[in-house]
Design a protein around this ligand. Structure first.
Ligand code: GLY
Length: 404
């Protein structure tokens, strides 16, 4: 071998060794970097879309949805369960783009939302106040935000009943009814945070009691969950197991499964109780091994919808699942962790295609299309939803934070 050939061979070997070394440095659960470009585009495109959304909004209102057939938008007041998602998404997008117009719009709407800290008529305070003020306080901590979060946790706690061991979701005309929906698992994060912020363990105790009661009663043997449980307020016994937003009492409403997955993943993060990790993994198994989960991993609105494979997909459930699976992958190892991360990647990748991600200037300014709000009530069907956008951008952020 002449000198030039020898040098080329050496250079080649060094290059291969460096590549192998770099590849090995990544843990097997480390997400592939190739999704990063798509995610950066999602932040930039999301920021543009939310400026379109902002321009459509009356001053004292919050976005709710948009109807593509009529071109009409629907808005809500601050008491609607979704009011925190708009400022929350703006704050995530501000963090990723540095665009202060998004931050200023978020702060403007927080001013309208803040009165809900004293709202004791809803269980949705976690969604409303933690997705909004929780993110605002994380980005720029302030005594005012801390006070609002504490008051919100106090208001939410008033709905806890020790006989039932749950926070009441919905009020009922029958005074012995005590209605709890699986969605309520999402409100516990606010309570965990307030114990950390104040040292008051009563919030933590309420959260774990609610999680334990729900784990005992809300799930079927296959770890799918009912949507609504009706407890007897006097005895704590279960009177009914049923649905409100799913196809049938015994069906698996897709977003409900996503709320459970996300909720128990948070419970494990906050308590390190392995029973919650097991629960999250079993819910994930129900979802991911379900024969009715399509290959692109965007679920039908209900796993038992009668018209599968023609049933509508729910992009919001997919976004929640992706965000939860990214976190769950960090609490598991090897093949399991890699599997969760791969599904999350598939979901993000598919939600980022024109099938789900709206073209700039369309979709009333929302980022994702094709969410299903309340199919049985024929309300918000196949439309954009604020929580679809929020958890999609959160999933993108979580993914980006891991590949840093
Ligand atoms: N009830 C909250 C939801 O639609 O997921």
């Amino acid at each position: 071998m002449n000198r030039t050939a020898f040098c080329s061979a050496m250079l080649c070997c060094m290059l291969i060794a460096t590549t192998v070394c770099l590849a090995q440095k990544k843990s097997p659960t480390h997400p592939q970097t190739k999704l990063s470009g798509i995610i950066q585009d999602n932040f930039a495109d999301g920021a543009k879309q939310y400026k379109v959304l902002k321009a459509t909004l009356p001053p004292d209102r919050f976005p709710k949805t948009y109807f593509p057939q009529t071109g009409k938008s629907e808005t809500s007041n601050s008491g609607w369960w979704c009011s925190g998602f708009y400022p929350g998404t703006l704050l995530y997008l501000y963090e990723q783009t540095g665009d202060t117009a998004l931050y200023n719009e978020a702060v403007r709407t927080l001013g309208i939302l803040q009165k809900e800290q004293f709202n004791t008529g809803t269980h949705d305070l976690g969604f409303m106040m933690y997705c909004s003020f929780g993110n605002a306080n994380r980005i720029k901590p302030s005594p005012e935000y801390k006070e609002i979060l504490l008051n919100s946790a106090k208001s939410l706690s008033t709905r806890f009943n020790p006989t039932v061991g749950c926070i009441k979701s919905w009020d009922s005309k029958n005074p012995s009814d005590f209605l709890v929906i699986i969605d309520n698992m999402m409100n516990l994060e606010l309570l965990f945070e307030e114990t950390k912020a104040t040292g008051d363990s009563s919030f933590y105790k309420i959260a774990v009691t609610h999680a334990n009661t729900t784990m005992k009663n809300h799930f079927r043997p296959d770890y799918s969950s009912y949507h609504v449980l009706n407890y007897d307020v006097n005895t704590g016994g279960v009177k009914e197991k049923k649905t409100a937003q799913g196809f049938a009492n015994e069906s698996a409403w897709a977003r409900g499964q996503a709320w459970g997955l996300y909720g128990y993943t948070v419970c494990y993060r906050e308590t390190k109780d392995v029973r919650y990790l097991q629960q999250a993994k079993r819910i994930a198994e129900f979802i991911l091994k379900n024969p009715n989960l399509p290959a692109d991993k965007i679920p039908y609105w209900d796993f038992n919808a009668p018209d599968i494979p023609n049933a509508l997909r729910d992009a919001s459930a997919a976004a929640i699942m992706a965000s939860a699976l990214i976190e769950l992958s960090q609490y598991t190892k090897g093949k399991e962790a890699k599997g969760y991360m791969q599904i999350a990647e598939t979901i993000i990748r598919n939600l980022s295609t024109p099938t789900y991600k709206a073209a700039e200037g369309t979709n009333g300014g929302f980022i994702l299309q094709h969410g299903v709000g309340h199919k049985p009530a024929n309300s918000e069907v196949d439309v954009p939803l604020t929580y679809g956008d929020y958890y999609f951008i959160e999933a993108c952020k979580r993914y980006k934070d891991l590949v840093k």
